[in-house]
Ligand binder design. Structure first.
Ligand code: AIR
Length: 205
């Protein structure tokens, strides 16, 4: 049985970034220009402690796979608030397109980061205490109205990078194409896994 989600079905061979092309009418953002712009795109990853690095490695790798540059900064909302402020206040000027902020425990970092910039902030709750990351999740996700943080799953570093790529793709067709290719590759992998399961089921029954 095939489940077709409204708005997701595409004619055979048509990439899903199709609709984005309309945004470019009247602009000089042809593919070549977007590729040029892509080379300069970068995302900041701020983490509350060096102990968060193993959790955040997939974000760094995924951004690199999409051709997005990243800068990793260790700065804590509680231990080094001035460092957080100094870095974030100039992040837009430095050319960052988005900020990924990761922290565990009483994780105020993403909210504090969001308070110093209008760049989109993606929060990653890190599992670093006996509460298994739920403490960080609740600290990050329940932002009062006015200063939002796009909160990922606990340890959801990879999705944070993909989401940052999607933010960049709203203004860059080359990035939209890379995301579309990524999804197609992922779908092919799922199909390969499904075929494997089907094969092993045949040997069971
Ligand atoms: N943290 C650091 N300053 C404020 C917070 N919330 C977080 C870090 C890390 C956890 O506290 O993001 O997940 C434990 O840090 P450490 O340095 O003790 O390993």
């Amino acid at each position: 049985m095939t489940l077709e989600l409204p708005g997701l079905a595409e004619p055979e061979g048509k990439p899903r970034y199709r609709g984005l092309e309309s945004r470019y009418l009247g602009f000089l953002s042809a593919f070549g220009k977007d590729e040029e712009a892509m080379a300069k795109m970068k995302v900041a990853i701020i983490m509350g402690s060096d102990s968060d690095l193993p959790v955040m490695e997939p974000a760094i790798k995924t951004l690199a796979e999409f051709g997005i540059g990243s800068e990793v900064v260790v700065a804590s909302a509680h231990r080094t608030p001035d460092k957080v402020h100094n870095f974030v206040a100039s992040a837009a000027e430095q050319g960052f397109s988005a900020i990924i902020a990761a922290a565990g425990a009483a994780a105020h970092l993403p909210g504090v980061v969001a308070s110093f910039t209008v760049l989109p902030v993606i929060g990653v709750p890190v599992n670093s205490t006996s509460l298994g990351g739920l403490d960080a999740l609740l600290s990050i996700v329940q932002m009062p109205s006015g200063v939002p943080v796009a909160t990922m799953a606990i340890n959801g570093a990879k999705n944070a990078a993909i989401f940052a790529a999607q933010i960049i793709a709203t203004g860059n067709l080359e990035m939209a194409k890379r995301l579309s290719d990524y999804r197609q590759k992922m779908a092919a992998e799922v199909e390969a896994k499904a075929a494997k399961v089907e094969k092993s089921l045949k040997s069971i029954v």
